[in-house]
Design a protein around this ligand. Structure first.
Ligand SMILES: [Zn+2]
Length: 123
């Protein structure tokens, strides 16, 4: 007897919510990408600016904040390439307040899904 094909997780469905009508979740195919957690709660429709990295928070008792992570894939952002991470990003897209950072690749992959407005494109 042949094994039955596994029944996969329920397919992501496309919902045609209008982003301007109340900020409901927009679920599109590809929503099972490992990089997606709950970023829709704080990154839907935001403006993004290409910038040289700067810390997302001020120095505190622990000293200077020396790195951030891409909000999606967690790649490092820093002011130099870290010795232990040749993939460190020294520039990327950030929100108006520079709190959230998104790498070039993730910006390309998710910008349609999140409805981002690239206010400051990469030079
Ligand atoms: Zn990323």
């Amino acid at each position: 007897m042949k094994p039955q094909a596994a029944t996969g997780p329920e397919r992501a469905r496309e919902f045609g919510h209008d982003a301007s009508s109340g900020g409901t979740l927009v679920v599109v195919s590809g929503a099972d990408d490992w990089r997606l957690t709950n970023q829709v709660r704080y990154l839907s429709g935001v403006a993004l600016h290409w910038r040289t990295w700067s810390p997302s928070r001020p120095a505190d008792a622990g000293g200077d904040w020396d790195h951030d992570h891409c909000a999606f894939c967690w790649v490092h952002f820093g002011d130099h390439i870290f010795e232990d991470d040749p993939d460190t990003q020294v520039a990327g897209f950030s929100t108006d307040d520079s709190v959230h950072w998104i790498g070039q690749t993730c910006c390309e992959d998710f910008h349609a899904q999140f409805g981002w407005v690239v206010a400051t494109p990469r030079a």
